[in-house]
Design a binder for this molecule. Structure first.
Ligand SMILES: [Zn+2]
Length: 271
């Protein structure tokens, strides 16, 4: 499943080829993904010039010189294929510019495409409730203090709450808590200010490292049939049950289940 770094890498990859380009054709190959494609999608985008691409949480946004912006979510298995030289039956949306072809490929179809009026983007319900971007200036120790104060829920679960921080998934919450040396079961309200001051940069660093790893795969997109979406990155705790802690502190990574999902952590250095 694409996490925030994959979406960010996808948006940067698309921007490289799409920004400033005029869309000459839009084709929808089936009526829906997780929900129907917007009925006016083809009409709204054909002939429009792409002014910018951006990301909000795990959504990519294609801004145009017209009234509308297209918002996409990659769901469980979505990816963009640039200049595909093979036909694929899972290419559900195909956008063409004078020079390139962009195909949204989504075998499991948990993704989505929406068309929104640009001034209303922030009011769109999936966006309106989101907390600050983890890579933006609004995520601060003071923000985390304000939203975790008096909370008895485990910090791991609070960080997965999109109203507290936008777009953080299971992998990066586990990694950030390890980096900050915070026990995933610790109640949010019990975190100290020094811990919160370590947590904010830890969240940024794990995401930025992964985006860098994804960026190295971006080179491949210059060739035909480039795919945007997935890449491998090195994790310190995620999926490393029973292995030695990378801090070489003698700790062994443990896996527990919180809120129905696995958490990996080191009982030695996470307190
Ligand atoms: Zn450790």
């Amino acid at each position: 499943m694409p996490e925030l770094p994959e979406v960010e890498t996808t948006v940067r990859g698309l921007a490289r080829f799409l920004r400033g380009e005029r869309i000459v054709s839009v084709r929808v190959n089936r009526p829906d993904l997780r929900r129907p494609f917007p009925v006016d999608l083809v009409q709204a985008l054909t002939g429009a010039t792409v002014s910018a691409l951006s990301r909000r949480a795990k959504y990519g946004i294609l801004h145009t010189d017209r009234d509308h912006a297209m918002v996409f979510h990659l769901g469980m298995s979505g990816r963009w294929r640039i200049d595909p030289n093979t036909h694929d039956k899972h290419d559900h949306l195909v956008i063409k510019t004078a020079e390139h072809v962009f195909a949204l490929n989504d075998p499991r179809r948990f993704g989505s495409v929406d068309l929104l009026l640009a001034p209303d983007l922030d009011l769109w319900p999936p966006f309106a409730a989101l907390g600050p971007e983890p890579l933006g200036a609004d995520l601060t120790p003071a923000h985390l203090r304000a939203v975790t104060k008096d909370r008895k829920q485990a910090i791991k679960l609070l960080l997965l709450d999109q109203r507290i921080v936008a777009g953080l998934g299971n992998i990066y919450v586990c990694e950030a808590l390890w980096r900050a040396g915070i026990h995933p079961r610790k109640a949010g309200g019990k975190l100290t200010m020094p811990q919160l001051r370590r947590l904010v940069p830890a969240i940024r660093e794990v995401l930025e490292q992964s985006i860098l790893d994804g960026g190295s795969t971006l080179r491949d997109f210059a060739r035909p049939d480039g795919e945007l979406g997935y890449f491998a990155t090195r994790f310190d705790v995620y999926g490393r049950e029973s292995e030695a802690c990378h801090r070489d502190d003698g700790g062994t990574i443990r896996r527990i289940v919180q809120g129905g999902r696995s958490t990996w952590f080191c009982p030695k250095c996470q307190r």
